[in-house]
Design a protein around this ligand. Structure first.
Ligand SMILES: [Zn+2]
Length: 416
């Protein structure tokens, strides 16, 4: 199912819900289907600040933004705050859960039944919402636990961000094993229920910053073409520059991670509109969480060196006009830190407004949801975040001062 098909399916579900609400209205007149949010300041789709606006919401959608409260609407007064669109994290691993039991580590935990992991991982989903992230693209999970979370959240049975998921990522076989048919693997992911296809084009994860490419250009292209033929989009992981170059040439919709990007690759990304998700902050997290993970001391300097080179490439790519997306690559105890990537983007030369676009309009378009996610406008999902302070002056307002979050018309975080 493509993201737009997913959207249609959800809309069909919503029509059902609207019908139910309609019936409820006849028996419970006190129920207010219309909500009016009084916003002290809001950031409109053009990036301008509008003061004292009233955002009117019917069920899960914004219906108008004006200055008056419709009669009978339930009013939520957010006059002290700045309202920004619900944020989008383009790279999570929501199903990677650790309960912090002393004496255990996040990696190599005993195997749990998929159903247990699904329930436990709800905590990651909740922590993500608390950062103002109301939509994620989850790029790699085992045992279809990500499908389960996506569907439970859509059904309203689990509280969490809306999820676009990849299921099991596609990677090279172990040394010595025959090369698989990558087109067939991509088809299988789509058939199983993945919204996105995730491909591991290189090594590199956790404390390892090994940049060795593991899939050839031809193998990447076979998988990308197969996914695109079924109207699904593709994200390719590559820690090193050769894998990034081949991923872009192969037609990946987004490329994850990467250092030492050359000018040719950067120009190719600009020409093709490839979104680059550099995930700078996830290595900062590994350095900070080294004791939790039990990483060897000699693995830390390479992580720090990777961060610097990752940031350097982000500066150059941004300057050249590459569309850059916010992806945390959050796992385990990183949930709740999903938006710290934005500070690196400001360091890479973005204004706070440009950094905000990496978590709103740019990812919405990548997901094929430019018409209902990532902006505050009529027709969009009522995904709203109230922050203290001025996010256009200081991006830390987004990172540290989220006070209230609405997702699809439902308040999911309230710390006012
Ligand atoms: Zn990842």
């Amino acid at each position: 199912m493509t993201p737009s098909q997913a959207g249609r399916v959800r809309q069909v579900g919503l029509v059902g819900m609207v019908g139910m609400v309609g019936m409820m209205l006849t028996t419970t007149p006190a129920f207010a289907a219309t909500t009016a949010i009084k916003a002290g300041r809001l950031i409109d789709p053009s990036g301008r600040v509008v003061t004292n606006a009233v955002i009117v919401i019917d069920n899960d959608r914004i219906t108008s933004i004006g200055t008056s409260v419709p009669s009978g609407a339930e009013v939520i007064d957010l006059g002290r705050f700045t309202i920004i669109p619900g944020l989008i994290d383009l790279h999570t691993h929501m199903t990677y859960y650790w309960d912090r039991t002393p004496g255990t580590r996040p990696l190599n935990q005993p195997r749990r039944p998929a159903g247990v992991t699904t329930v436990l991982a709800a905590e990651n989903a909740r922590r993500t919402l608390e950062t103002g992230v109301t939509t994620v693209r989850d790029l790699g999970a085992s045992n279809e636990v990500d499908y389960a979370m996506r569907d439970l959240i859509d059904m309203g049975k689990m509280v969490g961000p809306r999820m676009f998921v990849a299921g099991q990522g596609i990677s090279a076989p172990r040394a010595g094993a025959p090369a698989p048919d990558y087109a067939q693997l991509a088809d299988a992911r789509v058939a199983a229920g993945s919204d996105w296809v995730k491909i591991y084009g290189s090594r590199g994860s956790y404390q390892s910053v090994d940049t060795t490419q593991t899939l050839t250009y031809a193998e990447m292209k076979a998988a990308v073409d197969a996914a695109h033929a079924k109207h699904h989009r593709v994200a390719i992981h590559s820690y090193g520059p050769s894998g990034v170059k081949d991923a872009v040439r192969a037609g990946a919709d987004s490329v994850e991670h990467g250092i030492d990007l050359d000018d040719e690759t950067i120009a190719d990304m600009v020409a093709r509109g490839t979104v680059w998700v550099p995930t700078i902050d996830h290595n900062r997290y590994y350095v900070d969480a080294k004791d939790e993970f039990g990483f060897a001391p000699d693995t830390i300097p390479p992580l720090q060196a990777y961060i610097e080179r990752n940031l350097e490439s982000t500066k150059r790519a941004f300057k050249a006009g590459v569309r850059i997306g916010m992806g945390s690559d959050a796992v385990y105890t990183m949930f709740g830190q999903n938006t710290r990537e934005l500070r690196w983007f400001v360091r890479a030369g973005m204004t706070p407004a440009q950094a905000l676009a990496t978590a709103t309009t740019i990812p919405a378009a990548l997901l094929g949801h430019e018409e209902d996610l990532g902006a505050l406008a009529p027709g969009y999902f009522a995904d709203l975040v109230a922050v203290d302070g001025d996010p256009l002056a200081d991006i830390d307002a987004v990172i540290n001062q989220v006070r209230w979050v609405m997702k699809g018309g439902t308040v999911v975080v309230d710390k006012r």
